[in-house]
Design a protein around this ligand. Sequence first.
Ligand code: CP
Length: 319
Amino acid sequence: MSIDVVDIGAVPSAWTHRHLLDLESLSAEEINIILDSAVTFKEASAGCTQKLPILAGKTCANLFFENSTRTRTSFSLAARRLGADTIDFSSSSSSLSKGETFIDTAKNIEAMGIDAVIVRHRTPGTARLLAQNLNCSVINAGDGPHEHPTQGLLDILSIRERCGRIKGLTVALVGDIAHSRTARSNIWGLKKLGAHVILCGPSTLVSKEWEQLGVEVAYSLDEILPRCDVLNLLRIQFERQTTRPFPSVREYALLYAMNRERLARAKREILIMAPGPINRGVEITPDVADGPHSAILEQVTNGLAVRMAVLWLILGGGN
Ligand code: CP
């Protein structure tokens, strides 16, 4: 098999960021630069027959203080596909247990010659804190319920691929909005690109106050369903809840799960998404999760392309 070296070109001059901490602070133009770059990387790396050693000599460190399957793996793979070295830090086997602080831990990792840290932590603002304390680039891989920018970007890319646009679409985020960093990144990104965003779920998990961001708040999925072009079904984050926000999982599923019967009442081309991990039978039934309307695995594929684009934009321009 022949392997070609692909010329991606230069990082666009309109991209000036050293870090990716959130989507709230990005412009629509900057979001589109990431999405367009992701498409380029997706096409360029298709089939893995092409070499993209554009980050050779760079080193990325995964600092994950919460579990992850998709984000951690795809950031590692993205870095390696671009020729960078990667370090995987595991908090459970680290010297944190001996009393070392979070900042000291990060500074010691950085001292090994790291160009970018990719951080996930249960505390909102952790990525920004690291950006203020380290000299290297920082990418937020999820800070508590605050933001998960690359998840928002891969969701938006998946919508754009399937629907051909973002502007004018009605996108409902359904479920545990209160604890969802994915919801916040989707809200900022989708609003900036011109979508109408609906937040839908039980009143214990969806606050009316969110309307101040220019989104619609709804409590009945059945009422909004006929208007929706996209449903993004957010996982009920039992692990972050101190009290049960609804009487039973069965009742939640009855009111908010996307199932075959609801699919029949939705728009013919409705796109069904979920950031993963999914609770089968809670937010979504298996037949819908695995059916033709679902983009769940496409989202994962696009996550790799988005993370390649983000690493390239942040580390490839000599900032
Ligand atoms: N969607 C998401 O962030 O998945 P992981 O927790 O597996 O990274």
